[in-house]
Design a protein around this ligand. Structure first.
Ligand SMILES: *[C@@H]1O[C@H](CO)[C@@H](O)[C@H](O)[C@H]1NC(C)=O
Ligand SMILES: *[C@@H]1O[C@H](CO)[C@@H](O)[C@H](O)[C@H]1NC(C)=O
Ligand SMILES: *[C@@H]1O[C@H](CO)[C@@H](O)[C@H](O)[C@H]1NC(C)=O
Length: 234
């Protein structure tokens, strides 16, 4: 064998060995090219539980799948996670003319998402659903939008403990009962939408006195968009 062929042979061998040991070398040397953040299993299960029982979810939740290819819930449609911790921080499932979710929504199933800051379930058709008292356990919420989504029942007084809230829209639902004075504890609130419901009694003065409130919608008939404003054809 000539020197040339020999050196070519060793060169090839070198490359083969390099390819074989590169992954091992990477982890030994601490390279981590799988550093992309993956969702937390407990939160993934919560989202799958939340999806369970919703109908018409085919388009909006088509990426929410429990298979190998779609394991990372941070990549699911409508979800954003914290880049460092992997916790879900945003869940945005706003319906539209053509796509919306229906069925009894179980907000309770979202409780494992303890770091969620932004929850938008507006413009859906959750008839027969209510706002759970334990909603107050999602203490990091800054934005909660349930506009036009057919929630019924009353506003739980416990909502007053979501003191990070800056935006709360409950307008155009089927809510009744009294507006809880505890909403006056939401001292960071900028926007409060209550119109288009069937509340009894007046707006508690504590709510009227919120220091940073910029917009407040109230009332059932004038002031407000009628139920038709919900872009769903029911
Ligand atoms: C790479 O980083 C991810 C996310 O930070 C971590 O979960 C994984 O364990 C790391 N892998 C290695 C081999 O260090
Ligand atoms: C809602 O979800 C929670 C937690 O996943 C579960 O314990 C509860 O039974 C569910 N409620 C309904 C009405 O399905
Ligand atoms: C919340 O509001 C109610 C009624 O306005 C009040 O009695 C209560 O002390 C408040 N709670 C907190 C923690 O500020």
């Amino acid at each position: 064998m000539s020197n040339y062929i020999m050196s070519n042979y060793y060169l090839k061998l070198f490359y083969v060995l390099l390819l074989l040991f590169l992954p091992a070398a990477e982890s030994i040397l601490g390279f981590n090219n799988t550093a992309e953040i993956k969702c937390i299993e407990r939160e993934r299960q919560a989202l799958l539980n939340f999806k369970h029982g919703l109908v018409g979810a085919r388009d909006m939740l088509s990426t929410w799948r429990d298979d190998e290819k779609n394991r990372d819930c941070c990549k699911w449609k409508g979800i954003q996670c914290d880049h460092q911790t992997g916790h879900v921080t945003i869940l945005r499932l706003r319906g539209s003319d053509t796509q919306y979710l229906s069925g009894a929504v179980n907000i309770t199933s979202l409780f494992p998402l303890q770091n969620i800051q932004h929850l938008d379930l507006s413009n859906n058709y959750f008839i027969g659903s209510h706002i759970p008292e334990l909603m107050s356990s999602l203490t990091n919420l800054r934005y909660l939008n349930l506009f036009c989504s057919f929630f019924g029942g009353s506003i739980p007084t416990q909502l007053g403990s979501l003191t990070c809230l800056r935006y709360l829209d409950l307008s155009n639902n089927n809510l009744d009962g009294k507006i809880p004075s505890q909403l006056g504890n939401l001292s960071q609130l900028r926007h409060l939408g209550l119109s288009g419901n069937s509340f009894s009694g007046a707006l508690p003065f504590q709510v009227g006195n919120l220091p940073y409130l910029q917009t407040l919608t109230l009332g059932g008939d004038f002031d407000v968009k009628p139920k038709d404003a919900c872009r769903l054809v029911v």
